[in-house]
Design a protein around this ligand. Structure first.
Ligand code: HEM
Length: 289
């Protein structure tokens, strides 16, 4: 029974292409995360996040990526349901082939990753889109510039009584920022709550970004959160191991001669990527970062 009218092989080819694209995204994302570990008060990571949030090519890539993730999930669910429906009773003799054993886990590990992605997006990505609030970072020079522009207007008598009060409060709020609210290099106000952001920059100020560095550190100081992430990374490893093999198989590239090499590559990829992701929460939790 076909849930959507597309030959199974086309769906598999689509699934393989989407999967391959996601396999390329993960090393980039992992590399970006590893910048958190640099002992520079988050400067590198903040620069990378700023680039990711402002570069137009990255923005287009992000839309394509999110579409691929969504399509990969929907197609994966459809293929799993179709497989189940076409063989509801089960085989008399269990299929012991390696591919079959691996693909049995794909829907389950995929399900765990879907739950992880929902948690992950609520915790990080949605702060960028404004759907949830987080902690924010803003360049000190931009805050000072916005403040000076208002002070100038005040001197020219263009501000109302209420604006003057706001300006005064803003000045006090900026003066009171110190310690964990100012980056090591003094170039950023960091770790600001939405209220602090509005107090220091004014309500109409838009030039701020989520402070993913402090948000990640805060999350990863929580044991439960780290355990959830680590479990997801184990599921990711299993999913990736089969995923890599599956892409080669779907496109007929798993010729006998290279089968062993492909398998070794799949094992390396499936270990290195989840490990690279896991180092970040583990280091934050276990050290005084
Ligand atoms: C230590 C682990 C991780 C950390 C600290 C982390 C952090 C982040 C952050 C801060 C963002 C928002 C970045 C931005 O949009 O500028 C993000 C987005 C995203 N993450 Fe992760 N992530 C981790 C693991 C993962 C894993 C394992 C996956 C996939 C299975 C994943 C998938 C995504 C996706 C699809 C996005 C949205 C696209 C993007 O913004 O690049 N993340 N992550």
């Amino acid at each position: 029974m076909k849930l959507i009218k597309l030959a199974s092989i086309s769906k598999k080819l689509c699934m393989g292409a989407l999967g391959a694209f996601l396999l390329i995204f993960l090393p980039f994302h992992m590399g970006m995360n590893l910048c958190i570990l640099r002992d520079d008060g988050g400067e590198w990571y903040r620069n990378v996040c700023h680039f990711m949030g402002t570069n137009y090519i990255v923005k287009v890539f992000e839309v394509v990526l999110l579409a691929c993730v969504l399509f990969h999930i929907v197609l994966g669910i459809i293929l799993a349901i179709e497989n189940k429906m076409s063989r509801p009773v089960g085989y008399a003799v269990a299929n012991k082939s390696k591919t079959h054993q691996g693909s049995k886990f794909m829907i389950w590990t995929g399900g765990i990753l879907l739950v992880f992605l929902v948690i992950h997006f609520v915790d990080f990505y949605f702060a960028k889109t404004g759907l949830v609030t987080g902690k924010y970072v803003v360049k000190t020079e931009k805050v000072e510039k916005a403040f000076q522009e208002k002070a100038m207007k005040m001197q020219q008598g263009q501000l109302k009584e209420a604006d003057l009060k706001e300006l005064q409060a803003q000045y006090m709020a900026i003066q009171s920022l110190s310690g964990e609210k100012v980056a090591k290099n003094g170039k950023y106000f960091i770790n600001l709550t939405k209220e602090e952001l509005q107090q220091t920059c004014g309500k109409d100020f838009k030039d701020y970004e989520p402070d993913f560095y402090n948000m990640a550190k805060e999350k990863f100081h929580n044991n439960l959160f780290v355990v959830i992430y680590l479990l997801a990374f184990i599921a990711l490893g299993i999913h990736l191991y089969h995923g890599v093999g599956s892409v080669f198989q779907t496109y007929g590239l798993n010729i006998e001669k290279y089968a062993k090499t492909i398998d070794i590559l799949a094992v390396i990829y499936a270990i290195v990527i989840p490990l690279g992701f896991a180092i970040v929460p583990l280091k934050v939790l276990l050290t005084a970062m």
